[in-house]
Design a protein around this ligand. Structure first.
Ligand SMILES: O=c1ccn([C@@H]2O[C@H](COP(=O)(O)O)[C@@H](O)[C@H]2O)c(=O)[nH]1
Length: 275
C-alpha cells in the first residue's frame, strides 16, 4: 500500500482532512501530567485516544520530543498509535535536509526507528538529499514549498532568473515535486494555510500531490479558504492543527476539550469541501 493509499483510506474512514499535530510543551500541560519525558508520552497518548476517529493523520513534531530527551517515548507512542489508530498514518515532522549519506541515516531514523509513514523534508539541498527517503517503498515525503511563517517570503518568494519562465522558488519546488523528482509517487508538499493564494498556485502546478497544510488554529489560517484553494478529488489535503487542539482545555478534561476542538475543525474543513 502506498502512502497516498493510506491517506485516502484514513480520509474516507474518518471523513477527515484534519491532521492532529503533536507538539507537546510540558509547561502547558494540565496538572496531573508530569512535566518530563514520560508526561510527554502520556499527554500525547490521551490526545491520540481522544481524536483517533477524527484524523486523517497525526503529525508529531520531533523537536518537541528531542528537546526533552523524549525520543524513546516518541518511539513508544508511535507503536501505541498503531494499536489505537492502525489506519491513521503518522507524519514525522522533522524537516530534514542533508547530503545523501547523512540523509540515509535520517531516513532510517524516521522510517525504521520511529516507524513513521511519511516525513517532512527541506528540498534546499537538492534531489540527492531527498532520494534516500524514496528508497523506502510505500513511505511518503513532504517537501517544504511555501511555509506558513512570514519569513517564508525571504527565499521562497524569490524569482529564479536561471530557470525558464522565471518561476518563484516555491513554484519551482512544486514543479519538481509533481514532475521529475517524484520517481515513485511518494512526494507531497508543505504549504501554509496562512497563504491561500499560494496554496491555489501550488495546486495548479501540482494537481495530484498530497498537500500538508499547517497554519489553521493558532496561526490564524482560514479553514474554508484552505479547502477551497487546495482540495481536489484526486489531490488530498492534510490540514494540520497542533496547539489549538492540544491546549483547547487547561484542566483535567483536556482530552475532551481537544476532542471538541478537533471535531469542530474537522467539520469546518468538511463543510468547505465542494460536493
Ligand atoms: O510551514 C510550516 C511547516 C510546518 N509547521 C509545523 O506545523 C505545526 C503548526 O502548529 P500550530 O500549533 O498549529 O501552529 C508545528 O509543528 C510547526 O512546526 C508550520 O507551522 N508551518
Amino acid at each position: 500500500m502506498t502512502f497516498l493509499d493510506q491517506l485516502r483510506e484514513a480520509e474516507t474512514l474518518n471523513q477527515s482532512m484534519l491532521c492532529v499535530g503533536l507538539d507537546p510543551e510540558p509547561s502547558r500541560f494540565p496538572t496531573g501530567i508530569t512535566r518530563d519525558a514520560e508526561g510527554i508520552h502520556d499527554f500525547c497518548l490521551k490526545i491520540v485516544e481522544a481524536t483517533a476517529d477524527l484524523a486523517i493523520a497525526f503529525k508529531p513534531q520531533i523537536a518537541y520530543f528531542a528537546a526533552h530527551r523524549a525520543e524513546p517515548q516518541l518511539e513508544r507512542l508511535i507503536a501505541r498509535m498503531r494499536e489505537i489508530a492502525p489506519k491513521v498514518p503518522v507524519i514525522l515532522d522533522a524537516k530534514r535536509g542533508d547530503i545523501g549519506s547523512t540523509a540515509e541515516q535520517y531516513a532510517k531514523e524516521a522510517f525504521e526507528r520511529f516507524g513513521a509513514d511519511a516525513v517532512t523534508l527541506s528540498p534546499f539541498m537538492g534531489f540527492d538529499s531527498v532520494e534516500p527517503y524514496l528508497k523506502y517503498q510505500g513511505k511518503g515525503a513532504f517537501l517544504l514549498c511555501r511555509t506558513s511563517n512570514p519569513g517564508g517570503d525571504d527565499l521562497q518568494n524569490q524569482r529564479l532568473a536561471s530557470v525558464e519562465g522565471q518561476p518563484l522558488l516555491y513554484e519551482h519546488v512544486a514543479r519538481l515535486a509533481q514532475g521529475p523528482w517524484n520517481l515513485n509517487g511518494q512526494l507531497g508538499l508543505v504549504v501554509g494555510a496562512t497563504y491561500p493564494q499560494e496554496i491555489e498556485r501550488v495546486r495548479a502546478l501540482a494537481p495530484t500531490l498530497p498537500l500538508l497544510i499547517p497554519g489553521v488554529g493558532a496561526q490564524g489560517g482560514d479553514a474554508a479558504a484552505t479547502v477551497q484553494a487546495g482540495w481536489r478529488p484526486d489531490g488530498p489535503i492534510v490540514v494540520n492543527s497542533s496547539r489549538a487542539i492540544l491546549y483547547a482545555g487547561k484542566g483535567s478534561d483536556f482530552a475532551d476539550a481537544a476532542r471538541a476542538a478537533a471535531l469542530a475543525t474537522r467539520d469546518a474543513l468538511n463543510a468547505a469541501r465542494p460536493a
